[in-house]
Design a protein around this ligand. Structure first.
Ligand SMILES: O=C(O)CCC(=O)C(=O)O
Ligand SMILES: [Fe+2]
Length: 348
């Protein structure tokens, strides 16, 4: 499939035009995206799914109540009037897309990540794959290490497009501010002191991953990204206008309708531990389609690897865990839905 020594990317497979995907990309029947378990968003429903929350709402009690409800019911919600210029969201999508679509493979491969290391920075294709897991995601990605500033080295990011590095840096700074504000609101929605969750997380380790899902000839057999919950504290996600992200709610996969200008907030596993399971992390996956490539940009806010994470409510339902240990077990076992966090339950 690849020329000697080149990593296989999903985009290069898609470009062969084959009508059949290579066998490593075929999901076992139980994880395939079936229409039976998929409830598509309700077009005319009174409440979009997941909920969309107006951060500009001056009625702060109502705002906190809505956030609490969304966190309990979905572990995910869109925010609008979030203070981040919509133009910056568009620019971020645009520079990300242009890396995948306007650079030739030789240029792209200059930024290849080290696929033997977890969460290595750069261009790659197999991030969430466990060591012994043979099913691959139908996705390529570019991961940027953005915060703390000591990890940020824009020289490792593409510069074929003149403003790529500035856009990513500005986007990173704006996402951090928004994530901090959200953790305040989430804390307050539980009656906790404003800074409670933020202090439990400590300094943010932030990564920005641009995911690119090429059209797939067999969308019924594949996943763009297998079912998982994010490991850190909170993820802020934007997508283009192509559907594909699904969240798991009440036993069903619900497709998240793209909301231009909105930002999707996904609660991640450390927030579930810190809130002692009052708010659960959102299990999600990405499906593929045969028509159009899809792009998303996920901004992860994680604790430092040495940070000890433990519930702030008594009696604790989860074990204390060192975040770095949590990440290691995740990478050796693979995400497999939410199995990793369930392993921390004191009374499973
Ligand atoms: O592409 C998406 O919408 C989801 C991406 C995601 O879940 C991730 O990168 O962790
Ligand atoms: Fe995710």
């Amino acid at each position: 499939m690849s020329t000697a020594g080149e990593p296989v990317t999903v985009q290069s497979i898609a470009q062969t035009g084959n009508s059949v995907v290579p066998p490593q990309y075929v999901q076992p029947p139980e994880t395939r995206p079936t229409t039976k378990t998929t409830q598509h968003h309700q077009n005319d429903a009174a409440e979009p799914s997941p909920l969309s929350i107006n951060l500009g709402d001056e009625d702060t009690n109502r705002l906190k109540e809505e956030i609490g409800r969304a966190c309990r019911d979905w572990g995910a919600f869109h925010v609008i009037n979030h203070g981040v210029p919509i133009q910056l969201l568009d620019e971020m999508r645009c520079v990300g897309k242009s890396f995948f679509e306007n650079c030739d493979m030789e240029q792209k491969l200059r930024y290849s990540c080290d696929s033997t290391l977890p969460a290595s920075e750069g261009y790659g294709s197999r991030m969430l794959v466990a060591e012994n897991d043979s099913v691959l995601d139908w996705r390529d990605y570019f991961d940027h290490h953005t915060l703390p500033l000591s990890r940020r080295n824009p020289a490792k990011w593409p510069n074929f497009q003149s403003d790529y590095r500035e856009v990513v840096a500005e986007y990173s700074d704006r996402m951090k501010v928004l994530a901090q504000r959200l953790l305040v609101l989430i804390s307050e929605s539980l009656g906790l002191p404003s800074s409670c969750i933020e202090e439990a997380v400590g300094e943010f380790y932030q990564n920005i991953t641009v995911s690119y899902y090429p059209p797939c000839p067999q969308p019924d057999l594949t996943l763009g990204l297998q079912s998982h919950s994010d490991m850190g504290a909170v993820t802020l996600l934007i997508q283009d206008d192509v559907e594909g992200l699904q969240v798991f709610k009440d036993g069903e996969w619900v497709t998240v309708r793209p909301l231009h200008g909105g930002i999707l907030v996904l609660l991640a596993d450390q927030t579930e531990i810190i809130t002692n399971g009052k708010y659960r992390s959102c299990q999600h996956q990405a499906i593929t389609n045969s028509e159009r490539a899809r792009l998303s940009v996920a901004t992860f806010h994680d604790p430092a690897k040495t940070r000890k994470i433990l519930p702030v409510f008594e009696p604790p339902v989860y074990h204390e865990v060192m975040y770095g240990d949590y990440v290691s077990s995740w990478y050796t076992k693979g995400p497999e839905g939410k199995r990793n966090i369930d392993a921390l339950l004191l009374t499973p």
